[in-house]
Design a protein around this ligand. Structure first.
Ligand code: ACO
Length: 399
């Protein structure tokens, strides 16, 4: 017996698979998804149990190293990350050189790329110690970069990390604290953000993770690979959907056409009109993360005393879609992005930061996949085939 790729090579056959809908590019033991049954597990643990009982950093360890950490391992991991939160002072000038109107996702990917200029001699993908150090640096610095992007857009002074605080609380303080003024962490917000980030930590071979792997397969370092992943996540069909959902809900509110009117336009497939936050390449059933996010949305808004009509519009939209054959036949259900934006808004994040929050959540997954690829002996440079449909040979005119 021979494997399929050897067989195809010998027979000269090529598969045309738009969007890689049926092509596995790797074996992986990080995350399991059964899209028909609505199951998601990280390293074998159901997402519902992790969201209920774990923390973002514990799940990060689980994804990256394969098993749950002991209490000592987790404490040492947390401590090491806290010691690496500072950015090089010169990077402040990098941020100030960008326009304040820059989208924070562009700032994030550029700054992560820039990190590799500071650590070029310590980011060798083939040196396990350097990979370990880069892992810690990225986990420590990405949230800090994100807050700089946020502060820059507001025209406010950057805050230094407060390493006496937990990962999430430090991030909240750096986003919402004002220089030289005390900042009170709201435990409702902190717990909810931790939970939301757990739900985003990995999702097997999605577009951004595949990008991280593809770039990594060339031997590029982890900073370069993650920066590429952030750019892939930016698109509205991927991570950018959480931002697009909120814009869609606000448009429905302001247009006066009503939720049903909007749904009819979606069904008529009017140019550019999609139900953002609905549908998924893998889930053909309710996205298990969306269920958990929906529970959080109610709890967080109630806890913060926020009454947002956009949440009511979202719920009405979901109800109408769930009862409509158009969406049922196409197996279109809310995905993780559908309710996250409403929660982030209630926490005080501007819409343009939503996808940045997704990136912070997804970072451990990107790292886990990149590292898995490095130690997998069967990894090859990613290089898809094509079916050429252009001109046959032509003669350049004699001049
Ligand atoms: N609204 C309306 N119709 C939709 C939607 C949607 N959100 N998604 C798919 N459809 C329809 C398509 O028009 C198509 O209908 P047809 O068979 O009549 O032509 C059918 O469902 C299949 O759609 P595809 O685009 O082929 O599905 P695909 O698996 O390629 O796309 C995707 C998946 C990109 C997520 C899509 O559902 C979408 O655009 N959703 C909105 C954006 C979004 O929420 N993205 C976040 C995804 S999750 C994440 O990244 C965290």
């Amino acid at each position: 017996s021979i494997d399929i790729s050897t067989f195809m090579k010998q027979t000269g056959m090529t598969t045309l698979d738009y969007g890689f809908a049926n092509t596995a590019a790797t074996r992986s033991s990080v995350t399991y998804i059964d899209g028909n049954a609505g199951i998601l597990r990280y390293r074998g643990y159901p997402i519902e149990q992790l969201a209920q009982g774990s923390t973002f950093l514990e799940v990060a360890w689980l994804l990256i190293y394969g098993d749950l950490p002991t209490a000592d391992e987790l404490a040492a991991f947390d401590e090491r990350i806290r010691r690496h939160t500072l950015l090089h002072e010169d990077l402040k000038r990098f941020f100030s050189a960008l326009p304040h109107t820059a989208h924070p996702m562009s700032v994030l990917s550029s700054a992560v790329s820039a990190l590799s200029t500071y650590y070029e001699d310590s980011s060798d993908p083939n040196d396990p110690e350097q990979v370990e150090l880069t892992t810690i640096r990225l986990l420590a610095k990405l949230p800090v970069i994100a807050t700089y992007a946020h502060k820059k857009s507001l025209g406010q002074a950057f805050l230094y990390p407060d390493n006496s605080l937990s990962y999430i609380d430090n991030f909240l303080k750096m986003n919402f604290g004002i220089l030289a003024e005390p900042y009170q962490i709201d435990p409702t917000v902190s717990a909810a953000l931790d939970r939301l980030l757990i739900l985003h930590e990995d999702h097997e071979q999605n577009a951004s993770t595949s990008t991280v792997r593809l770039v990594g397969s060339t031997g590029a370092n982890l900073y370069a690979s993650v920066s590429a992943g952030i750019n892939a996540l930016y698109g509205p069909l991927h991570g950018g959907a959480n931002e697009a959902v909120l814009e869609m809900l606000a448009r429905i509110r302001d247009s006066g056409e009503g939720v049903r009117g909007f749904v009819e336009r979606v069904k008529r497939k009017e140019e550019g009109v999609r139900l953002m936050g609905f549908g998924h390449r893998v889930y053909k059933n309710y996205d298990p993360r969306a269920k958990l996010v929906k529970e959080s949305a109610d709890a967080v808004l109630a806890g913060l005393g926020v009454n947002d009509p956009l949440l009511d519009i979202a719920k009405e939209l979901e109800q109408i879609a769930l009862e409509d054959d158009y969406f049922r036949d196409r197996k279109l259900y809310p995905n993780v992005d559908f309710y996250t934006g409403v929660i982030y808004k209630a926490m005080g994040f501007p819409t343009r930061m939503f996808t940045v929050l997704f990136a912070i959540g997804r970072l451990p997954g990107w790292i886990a996949h990149w590292r898995e690829m490095q130690v997998d002996g069967s990894t090859k440079i990613g290089r898809p085939q094509q079916l050429y449909v252009g001109e046959p040979e032509r003669q350049f005119p004699a001049r």
